[in-house]
Design a protein. Sequence first.
Length: 505
Amino acid sequence: MAAFFNPLRQSLSGRLLIFTVGFVMLAEVLIFTPSIAKYRLDWLDQRLFDAHLAVLTIVNTPPDAMTAGLEDELLNLVGADFIAAKRDSTQIHRMGGETKEPVEIIDMRNRDPVRLIVDAFGALLSQTPRSIHVRGFSPNDPQMMIYLTMDEAPLRQAMFTYSRNILALSIVISLFTAGLVFVSLRALLVSPMKRLTGKLVAFREDPEDPSILEVPSGRADEVGVAERELHGMQLRLVAALKQKDRLATLGTAVAMINHDLRNMLSAAVIVSEGLSQSDDPKVQRFAPRLIEAINRAVRLCEMTLDYTREGGGAPQLAETSLREIVDAAADDALASVNDNGTVINHVPAELSLKADQDQLFRLFANLMRNALQAGAATVTVDYQTADGFVLADVADDGPGLPPRARDQLFRPFAGSARPGGTGLGLAIAREIALGHKGNLTLLDSGAEGTAFRVKLPIDQSAASIGHSVPASIVSPVSNRRTIRRAGDSPGMATSAGAGTNPNRR
């Protein structure tokens, strides 16, 4: 039996068949409850009617035609031991005797549905033989009160027979209904879903095989919608995979070209620096521009190689001081603009987290370099902590991002705000943040400047400042690192230890 039901339980159509049979049987049980009570009521009404006919037979039979055993025959026909009839409190006739003390008195004038159901199941489930005394008006004459005493066994047997017939009919109806539902759902739903599932599995195994693409059947229902959506998804995925393959091949070629080109440009830098020592005024005038152009080309090659390496792989987590990372990234970013800028670091020395130092350096260096090269004079790094994350906000006072750059943000080769830019800096920075199970988002950009938020998880064992930021950590000068703009006097630096390197702090 288990071997038969296991395949049914494992398939959708089999479970539908089992559920349908169960639900139909439940509905039949709910129908059976009042129907068995109605059957008992009708059976007893029929006995009252038969008793009324028996009394009329005796009353209307002439005395000379009355036989000795007529009353006994009528009692046997009715199935009663005692019958009496009254009209307007006047006894019309009485026959038989009360051979047994009645166990239950049934007043047919009380037809409360709940009471009838309780009495019906009481009679059906009773295990001891008993007599019943039934009283009520004759169904054929509402003025005739009939009394009869009888054995309950015939009533119980009739109710059992009726219940057995109802059970058999319920099983037939449930199986027939379940079969119709099974066939209908299998044709309308299960078979199409199995076909769609097979298409999905085959598409997963070999998405480039055109023979396994779903062909919509044209149905207007939900299955038709699923077919059309699957077909559209397959077409888009196939096109995306082909594009990815082409881009991967192109990326490999670009990486190889960039690697060789960077070596060539490095040699060109050495030659250009030699030219800058020339006494020729024209050479001295154009040599710095040539060196800067070559340096930009080298940086472009390096950024392209960084992007093709997909962020440098999985982060190598280690205990890291975020303040030191920001300071080092600020030095690198300022060097790209010849120290023409200021970076203010509000990150405290107490804040540490588990992170890849090299990758975080690249993240913050890219953000600061973009801001300074876009024309910002000051870049400020603030922070806060919340729910186990440190939120580092990198804000600048630059001209803001143009609408085109905001629309293509974090897309390589499309989201640059500078003429000739590649947009790789933000793309790489966001990939690094995501690799650390964090994120990089744009907070705001307008005429007053641009602000990005770097969200990074904190190592709980090292996060001594918890989830809130005391004012004593943010406000004091000792927790602020200022990297001055070129041309300012060294005394303008405002952080402890800022004078250790007056060329950049």
